[in-house]
Structure formats: structure tokens, C-alpha cells
Design a protein around this ligand. Structure first.
Ligand SMILES: Nc1nc2c(ncn2[C@@H]2O[C@H](COP(=O)(O)OP(=O)(O)OP(=O)(O)O)[C@@H](O)[C@H]2O)c(=O)[nH]1
Ligand SMILES: [Mg+2]
Length: 342
């Protein structure tokens, strides 16, 4: 597992699901993570693809990585519609969503991707010996040095899920996800954690207290933005999550609607874990178009740790769910001192 040259001591890998044609953007993301963090730790990179990686992709990404690299092919059964899905219904629903201009509404590969990120990546054999992963997408940006090992932070603080941004999902893409989630919890009340984060998802949500087993209320669409994730793979390998994914897959919303992995991961982490096991990485400066967030404390800027525009601060944007998280998690100081432009 630990290869010569690896300095970071955790059982962890950076993970990128990516297409060959995204090579340049993949390298841009890698360069930033290497410069800001990984060249000091040399954690391995794991690349996953539904098609074989080209020699060019392998050579350039291996050249950019400070640690070892590994390349995995995704099996067709994990990147295609399950047999029970009604293709005609999928096509009809797709047309309706396309007519409403829903982003990626007409894309089948996007649906495979969301299903894969929801239910399969953590079962890939290349990740079998790891406990933690850091999800990286092509063309993301990192604005700040990370002068500690976030995997170690996760382990030593007993955190299982880490995020940077939180926002609202497009409701048309997850019309029945909340009902399916509620019915899953109703039939599996043992998986609802005491002191869960239900209040992040529902105004005045019930069942966040010990003994409550049924969820009431309407989903407010808040979720952790999963293009960044530092999390424990065992959260997804758990019986609770395996059964939740199987329930959702059977319901078919990955195809009939266009369920994203972000709300699914979020609902699972928020309901199956005590909220103390979820960590907000408030010190990480990050961009995935079209949103950026920049740490607000003056020290991060005065010391040269971060280079980003403090006014570009998605955290308390009207579309951000982070203020709600601060409240749910009992973090009164929020993002720290605000930058107020002169
Ligand atoms: N191998 C492979 N990877 C894919 C495919 N579609 C998406 N991905 C990867 O899955 C991740 C999410 O896809 P994105 O296209 O970034 O989806 P998004 O973040 O919702 O939307 P944008 O970033 O705004 O396009 C990225 O790491 C992509 O590189 C695909 O068909 N094959
Ligand atoms: Mg993306």
C-alpha cells in the first residue's frame, strides 16, 4: 500500500473520475493540488474511466503526480442502465426535462456518472486497500496552501465526511429523491443516527432527536457540493449506505429523473452519521465553476497562504447553504471575520 517515496502516512488516495479528452483540465487540477499540498505528502492518485485511458493520458498524469498513479477501468455493468429500468419512460422523461432546459437533462453518460459516483466508485478494486479519498475533478482550482494532512485530520478527529461548499439542488432533477429517502428511513429506522443533521435538510425537521424514527417535512434541497470531497470510503461501504443505494437504484431515479451524487451523499452522511462526524474545510480556497470560495480570515492572506479574492465568497451567498450548516453544527463564528470591501 505505502510505496517508497510516499510521505503521507494515511491509507488514502486522490481520486479522479475523468475522460481522456479532459487531460489538460485534469493536469491543471493536479498541478494545483500538487503545489498546494501533495508534493509534501506524495499521496497516490487513482484515475477511473469508463473507457481505457490512453497512453498519453497515463504518461502526462504520471509525470504530474508526485506519488504513484493507478488507472482503473469501470465495468460496463456499473456504467449502464440496470435491466429493471423502463427505457421508454426514461426517454419520455428526458424529453420533458430537455424541454425545460434542465442542465445535462439529455445526457445518458451524465446519469451513468452520477450513479457511478453514488454507488460504485468506492467498490473499485484499486481503492480496496484505502480508507480515505479526496475527490478531484478536472479544471478545479485550489487557492491556498494546505499545510497539514487533511486525511490525518479526518482520522484523528473521527470525521467521516468533509466538504467545502454547500448549496441548493435543482428540484426538477430529484423530484422523488426525498420521498424515497423518507420511505427508506421508515423501513430502516435503525440507520437514522442520533444527533443527525436532519435540520440541515428540513426546516424544523423532526427525527433529529434520539428516539424519533420517522422523517417529516419537505426537503429544502441543501446539499454538500460533491465535486470536492474528502471522506472515509467506509462510510459508503457501510451496510446502511449499501442498502440505501440499492433502494435508490431500484427506484430508478438516476435515469427517470437525473439524481446527482451530491444530494445522495449529503442525505446519507447527514442522516446516517452524527453531525459531529461531518467536517467543513473552512480553510480551503476552492473553485469549481461557476462558484468560488475564499477563506475570509486576514492571516491566510497576510501570510501568503492564500491567493484569492476575498470578495468572491460564496459561503454567505443567497444560493449557499453554508449559513444553515453553521447553525446546525453550532458554529456561531461562521466563516470568521468577513472581508468588507472599502
Ligand atoms: N470517464 C468519464 N468521466 C466522466 C464522464 N462524465 C463526467 N465524468 C467525470 O465526472 C465528474 C463530474 O462530471 P462533470 O461534467 O464535471 O459534472 P458537473 O461537475 O456536475 O458539471 P460541470 O463541471 O459543470 O460540467 C468529472 O470528474 C468528470 O470528469 C464520462 O462520461 N466518463
Ligand atoms: Mg464538474
Amino acid at each position: 500500500m505505502f510505496t517508497p517515496g510516499q510521505i503521507g502516512k494515511e491509507k488514502a488516495s486522490l481520486v479522479m473520475l475523468v475522460r481522456n479528452r479532459e487531460l489538460t483540465d485534469a493536469l491543471r487540477s493536479m498541478r494545483m493540488i500538487e503545489d498546494r499540498f501533495n508534493r509534501k505528502y506524495r499521496y497516490p492518485w487513482t484515475f477511473l474511466n469508463d473507457e481505457p485511458f490512453t497512453e498519453e493520458f497515463i504518461n502526462f498524469t504520471t509525470g504530474m503526480a508526485s506519488g504513484k498513479t493507478q488507472y482503473g477501468l469501470i465495468g460496463i455493468e456499473q456504467w449502464s442502465m440496470p435491466e429493471h429500468i423502463d427505457l421508454q419512460k426514461v426517454q419520455a422523461n428526458m424529453e420533458t426535462m430537455v424541454a425545460k432546459n434542465v442542465i445535462y437533462a439529455g445526457s445518458m453518460s451524465y446519469r451513468h456518472m452520477c450513479r457511478y459516483n453514488s454507488g460504485f466508485f468506492y467498490r473499485h478494486e484499486l481503492l480496496a486497500n484505502y480508507d480515505y479519498y479526496w475527490r478531484v475533478e478536472p479544471a478545479v482550482e485550489y487557492y491556498c496552501d494546505i499545510n497539514y494532512d487533511p486525511f490525518e485530520l479526518m482520522r484523528t478527529n473521527d470525521k467521516l465526511y468533509g466538504f467545502v461548499m454547500a448549496m441548493y439542488e435543482y428540484d426538477v432533477t430529484i423530484k422523488t429523491l426525498w420521498d424515497e429517502t423518507k420511505s427508506f428511513i421508515k423501513s430502516h429506522p435503525q440507520y437514522l443516527a442520533p444527533d443527525n443533521a436532519l435540520d440541515f435538510f428540513v426546516d424544523g425537521g423532526r427525527a433529529s432527536r434520539r428516539g424519533d424514527t420517522e422523517i417529516k417535512g419537505t426537503y429544502n434541497l441543501c446539499h454538500f457540493w460533491s465535486n470536492f470531497e474528502i471522506a472515509n470510503l467506509n462510510l459508503w461501504r457501510s451496510q446502511a449506505y449499501s442498502e440505501y443505494f440499492a433502494h435508490l437504484d431500484k427506484a430508478g431515479g438516476f435515469y427517470y429523473e437525473r439524481w446527482g451524487d451530491a444530494p445522495i451523499h449529503s442525505l446519507a452522511a447527514g442522516l446516517f452519521l452524527p453531525k459531529s462526524k461531518i467536517h467543513h474545510f473552512g480553510d480551503i480556497g476552492y473553485r469549481h465553476a461557476p462558484y468560488s470560495r475564499c477563506p475570509q480570515d486576514i492571516d491566510s492572506h497576510m501570510t501568503g497562504r492564500c491567493l484569492c479574492n476575498r470578495a468572491e465568497h460564496f459561503d454567505d451567498d443567497g444560493y449557499s447553504c453554508l449559513p444553515r450548516w453553521w447553525k446546525v453544527a453550532g458554529m456561531s463564528i461562521g466563516a470568521g471575520p468577513r472581508y468588507i470591501p472599502h
